[in-house]
Design a protein around this ligand. Structure first.
Ligand code: SF4
Ligand code: SF4
Ligand code: SF4
Length: 158
């Protein structure tokens, strides 16, 4: 993705409510107790999806771009906030909201085209636009489908 496109998305597409926690964060800690808000993860993220969220604590915003699971946020963090990266990064998965254009009869498959995991399929239906379905077992929660969706219909479930 070009930096120009990324900047345009940052300007026009960011919606704070879609932000989620960082990958590989330990489940048994209070993140805000351990994180010093040093911003090293923000600076390290190769897709610039880590933003300063509520209270200045880092969170992921898929309206900017996807998580490539590069682990650079984990490597950059000086605090004991993360699990071993041999474990699954998180349990988040994508879901499609009612405002999906395909549900309104409009032909759109932008999310499918963005998904490298082939987790999004479309079912042909007589008299209707093809209907999307997400295979949550195949979905890695990478968020690549979020920003290409023209109606902001992809929700990343925690
Ligand atoms: S794993 Fe990489 S792309 Fe994902 S949030 Fe961390 S630094 Fe960013
Ligand atoms: S990109 Fe968005 S609007 Fe288009 S089919 Fe996928 S979820 Fe629906
Ligand atoms: S979050 Fe990633 S793996 Fe899951 S459906 Fe979207 S693009 Fe595919």
């Amino acid at each position: 993705m070009s930096s120009i496109n990324r900047s345009r998305r940052r300007l026009f597409s960011r919606k704070k409510s879609d932000a989620v926690h960082l990958p590989w964060v330990k489940k048994d800690i209070e993140f805000t107790d351990e994180c010093t808000r040093c911003n090293k993860c923000v600076q390290a993220c190769e897709t610039n999806i880590i933003i300063k969220g509520d209270g200045g604590f880092p969170e992921v915003d898929f309206n900017i771009d996807e998580c490539t699971f590069c682990q650079q946020c984990v490597d950059a963090c000086p605090e004991p906030l993360f699990t071993a990266t041999t474990e699954a990064p998180w349990t988040v998965t994508a879901a499609i909201r009612d405002n999906c254009m395909a549900y309104q009869g409009i032909w759109c498959q932008s999310c499918k085209d963005a998904c490298d995991e082939s987790a999004i399929s479309f079912t042909m239906a007589i008299g209707k636009a093809p209907q999307p379905h997400i295979d949550v077992d195949a979905c890695t929660g990478c968020g690549a489908c979020v920003s290409p969706c023209p109606s902001n219909a992809i929700l990343i479930n925690l």
